[in-house]
Design a protein around this ligand. Structure first.
Ligand code: NI
Length: 222
């Protein structure tokens, strides 16, 4: 299952981020790719040593991490700092699976959840294609929106036919390792939210809340 979240970033935030990225130093994305991904990766990434990372992250990360939909779907435990990627005409990132373990030796984490935040929408092509059990789903969301999906999925970025595609990509280790359990909790959590809104004082709400809390307790690994 993948989740699209609307308006993670607002117009002002997008404007600032795009202005910062406009004159930033981008390098070949192959530099950060694993052995297999190198074969299919053709994009650019904000240089690791760029002084802009802090400013960009300060704007993006609270907006994503505090978003209730992100929390309900991802159960984030460890969240890595984002990569800022740029795709110009003809660039693409063929089907691949993200590295299972990332981070430096003293800060390793397992990638359970992948997130793409769309920073602009002035381009053609460049859809994010994700293989799911129901076939390939292709997404191109509005600037400011995000898509969140299990890192276990094969995915690609279709070639850009015109314009320039700017995204931020973020990985997280989830408290709930198993994607199917995460999905069950997300759905149960949605039902629980409706019950709390509509009949907070009822027995059934209390029971559903209790089951939800105890499943999170049973399944989470910290
Ligand atoms: Ni990827």
């Amino acid at each position: 299952m993948l989740l699209a979240i609307k308006n993670v970033l607002n117009e002002n935030q997008l404007k600032v981020i795009r202005t910062l990225l406009k004159n930033a130093e981008f390098v070949d994305g192959k530099l950060s790719a694993g052995k297999e991904a190198k074969q299919v990766k053709n994009n650019q990434e904000l240089a690791q040593q760029s002084p802009l990372h802090d400013q960009l992250n300060q704007m993006l990360m609270p907006a994503l991490l505090n978003h209730p939909e992100y929390q309900a779907f991802a159960f984030p435990l460890k969240v890595a700092t984002p990569f800022y990627a740029r795709y110009t005409q003809g660039m693409t990132y063929g089907f691949h699976v993200d590295d299972p373990i990332m981070g430096p030796m003293n800060g390793r984490y397992r990638t359970d959840i992948s997130t793409t935040v769309f920073l602009n929408d002035e381009y053609e092509g460049g859809e994010l294609a994700i293989k799911t059990s129901y076939g390939v789903q292709r997404l191109s969301l509005n600037a400011g929106d995000a898509v969140v999906y299990p890192s276990t999925s094969l995915h690609q970025v279709d070639p850009i036919s015109s314009g320039e595609r700017l995204v931020a990509v973020i990985w997280a280790q989830s408290m709930i390792k198993d994607p199917q359990k995460r999905e069950l909790l997300y759905e149960l959590g949605q039902a629980r939210n409706i019950l709390i809104d509509e009949r907070a004082q009822s027995d059934e709400t209390a029971h559903v809340s209790n089951v939800y809390a105890n499943l999170v307790r049973r399944w989470s690994e910290l």
